[in-house]
Design a protein around this ligand. Structure first.
Ligand SMILES: Nc1nc2c(ncn2[C@@H]2O[C@H](COP(=O)(O)OP(=O)(O)OP(=O)(O)O)[C@@H](O)[C@H]2O)c(=O)[nH]1
Ligand SMILES: [Mg+2]
Length: 677
């Protein structure tokens, strides 16, 4: 009774039943379980929001990986003594339900002429094994439906409900059953459970997915095909995947007409091609069904094989370990692929941000250039400036030298304070269109850049990012006003910090401010208005006026400050515009999508797995394999046809018989652990 699970073996909880002993058994995989739990958490946190080229496949992969962990691996590791789950899978109408009923000698599941018949999966277990399946320890997504009692009458009632009624809600394809019907049967050896699955090639997608999910939860696939259908593509796709992750598979070739035995050879060849050379193959001849069941002789090989497996805890353990190891390995590989996909997401995030950053950095540069090379001092601005400074006396003063010039400046400002706001206005207008143009260009460039990138293009859908928003104009206007205010403030401060305060302020802060703006627009990279010779000396005048009031050094410093303030405000505008794009990425969290943490978790699983295997191998070497024990099957009524015919007669090449020759061929050699890994 050491196999009996503890009542406290609640699903999901850190499970004391991970080993029946209070302390962790060597090789019980508890370190592995911990590593897998971490991996599960990392997978749960993994986001693949961007439409990178591999994203779609990666999302499927992610779903598969979490299913593998939830439906199979974690339940298996947390309850290592749980019965071996044999999932009977295959094409529709291949005879899965008929075979299950036939080996049990009871109608536990409903075969039928209407395809597909089995919608709600039926899980048959020994009555003493009920507790392993009644909780959501395995296949947590399926609701349990139980038939009370054992014996054919109750079992048949269970089978009817599970099969024909398709489980509640199983009647329509749109609402597939998410039930798992549990049927106890004492025909089955304890420690072995049979699950009659829906067809893997169903017209009904949900049915098909359910079948794949069930196969994913199996310790062993009993895969049924017929001589008419064995070459179909769908089963082989699945079988190839199974072989790839070393899931343990046994094949049944059903309904073989007399004289068509060569089919088995052909199937055997296909198995070899698909990596299943070591899997046993059972051949069941076509026969009249009696009461819906195959003749005893037909199922005797399968029955004996299953009975042998059920009766030998050692052999069961090896099947379980082989499939489990394969799933762990494939999960590690899959996690690596997912980590790469996550890195790709992060790279796409960086790439898309870079496009936007570059476009808007260029926009800032564009505005900076236009506001420092004199380009703004044309047209309206120039005309208003000339109105402001007037002609005649002022120009002459400039020509005649600095002494008289100061007086002229003073006189001038006293005379014309009212013209300053018009210059300011013209500057604001000019600046506004420079900024708006640059923002428009950047939006367009960002848009085109994203559209040329699959991940970016997907984000643009449904968003109006190509054009700048209407509200931008007023924002820009506000920032420019703000900057002009900054400039006036600088002038005011400078005026009060200097000896000539009263004089400067009496000249009019507005007039000096305008002069500073003009000077800023005409001075680039250390060159001054004099050197660039802007706009008929307009900038030269501004410079002379400012220098006359504040002195050369102060003017240079004021200009640099004014330029910095302008730049900061333009930067703020462009940052806001860039954020229209980058906010999409922020919302998806794709910047944090990288796969490094996942890779680390996968690495930890890989090393925990190999440590666990080493321990297991050493334990196996220390304790020589016990013979095929019959301790577990004593409680069993026995599968049908076990004694119906001598072993080996109908086995195709490569078929094996556990009870007779436990380690004859590769399959069993592998199960018994002789140095395959
Ligand atoms: N004559 C004969 N009929 C069989 C045999 N196996 C199955 N059938 C019949 O074929 C039909 C399909 O059998 P099922 O056992 O329901 O097939 P299944 O694989 O469970 O089908 P799904 O649940 O739809 O995937 C039924 O009408 C069975 O009675 C056989 O060996 N010989
Ligand atoms: Mg069926």
């Amino acid at each position: 009774m050491t196999d009996q699970p503890d009542d406290s073996a609640a699903p999901g909880a850190p499970d004391p039943a991970a080993g029946p002993e209070p302390t962790a058994e060597p090789g019980d995989g508890s370190g592995l379980t911990g590593a897998l739990e971490v991996l599960r958490a990392r997978l749960g946190a993994l986001r693949l929001p961007l439409e990178t080229s591999g994203a779609e496949a990666a999302r499927t992969d992610l779903r598969r990986a979490t299913d593998q962990l939830d439906d199979y691996l974690l339940p298996r590791l947390r309850a290592q003594k749980a019965p071996l789950l044999v999932v009977v899978g295959g094409s529709t109408g291949a005879g899965k339900s008929t075979l299950v009923n036939s080996v049990l000698g009871e109608r536990v599941t409903q075969p039928g002429v209407l395809r597909p018949t089995t919608k709600a999966p039926v899980l048959v277990h020994h009555p003493l094994d009920a507790r392993w399946f009644s909780t959501d320890r395995v296949l947590p997504g399926l609701a349990r439906v139980t038939a009370s009692g054992t014996g054919s009458a109750a079992a048949q009632a269970g089978g009817q409900a599970g099969g024909q009624a398709g489980g509640q809600g199983g009647g329509t394809p749109a609402e597939p059953s998410r039930n798992l019907r549990l049927v106890p049967s004492d025909s089955l050896p304890k420690g072995l459970a049979l699950l009659d699955a829906p067809d893997i090639d169903s017209v009904d997608t949900a049915n098909r997915e359910l079948a794949a999910q069930l196969l994913g939860a199996a310790d062993l696939w009993l895969f049924i095909t017929t001589s008419a259908r064995y070459a179909d593509a769908v089963p082989w796709d699945l079988l190839l995947q199974a072989a790839g992750r070393k899931a343990q598979v046994a094949m049944v070739l059903d309904r073989v007409d007399p004289g068509a035995e060569a089919t088995a050879d052909d199937l055997r060849d296909m198995m070899v091609e698909h990596g299943l050379a070591d899997s046993p193959l059972f051949v069941i001849p076509e026969a009249e069904l009696v009461d819906g069941m195959l003749p005893e002789e037909g199922v005797s090989d399968v029955s004996r094989w299953l009975t042998g497996l059920g009766g030998d805890a050692e052999a069961r353990g090896r099947v379980i370990a082989a499939t489990r190891d394969g799933v762990v390995d494939s999960l590690v590989v899959r996690a690596g692929t997912l980590a790469d996909a996550a890195d790709e997401q992060q790279a796409a995030d960086v790439r898309l941000r870079h496009v936007v950053d570059r476009a808007y950095a260029d926009a800032v540069a564009q505005v900076t250039a236009a506001t420092s090379d004199g380009a703004l001092l044309r047209g309206e601005v120039l005309a208003r400036w000339q109105d402001f400074v007037g002609t005649g006396e002022f120009f002459r003063a400039v020509e005649e030298g600095i002494g008289r010039f100061r007086d002229a400046v003073a006189g001038f400002f006293r005379g014309t304070p009212k013209a300053a706001p018009q210059v300011e206005q013209a500057i604001a207008h000019g600046l506004e269109s420079v900024v708006l143009d640059a923002a428009e260009d950047a939006a367009e460039r960002s848009y085109q850049g994203w559209r040329g990138d699959a991940a970016g293009a997907a984000l643009l859908e449904g968003l109006e990012l190509l054009r700048t928003p209407a509200a931008l104009r007023s924002e820009v206007t506000g920032q420019i006003r703000g900057w002009q205010g900054d400039v006036l403030e600088l002038v005011r401060e400078q005026g009060s910090a200097k000896r000539g305060t009263a004089r400067a302020l009496s000249l009019g802060v507005n007039g000096l401010g305008v002069a500073l703006m003009v000077f800023v627009f005409a001075s680039t990279g250390g060159l001054t208005g004099v050197e660039v010779g802007i706009a008929g000396g307009s900038a030269v005048l501004a410079q002379r006026v400012l220098e006359a009031v504040f002195g050369e050094d102060a003017v240079r410093r004021l200009a640099a400050q004014a330029r910095d303030r302008l730049r900061a405000r333009i930067q703020a505008v462009m940052d806001g515009q860039a954020a229209r794009y980058t906010a999409q990425l922020d919302a998806l969290g794709s910047a944090e999508a990288g796969g490094e943490r996942l890779r680390v978790a996968a690495g930890a699983v890989a090393s925990a797995a190999s440590a666990e295997r080493r321990v297991r191998l050493r334990a196996a070497e220390a304790a020589p394999a016990a013979g095929a024990g019959a301790e577990d099957s004593t409680a069993s009524g026995g599968l049908r046809g076990v004694h119906a015919r001598p072993a080996g007669e109908v086995l195709a090449k490569g078929g094996t018989d556990l009870a007779e020759e436990p380690a004859r061929k590769g399959f069993w050699k592998r199960l018994f652990g002789e140095g395959d890994r």
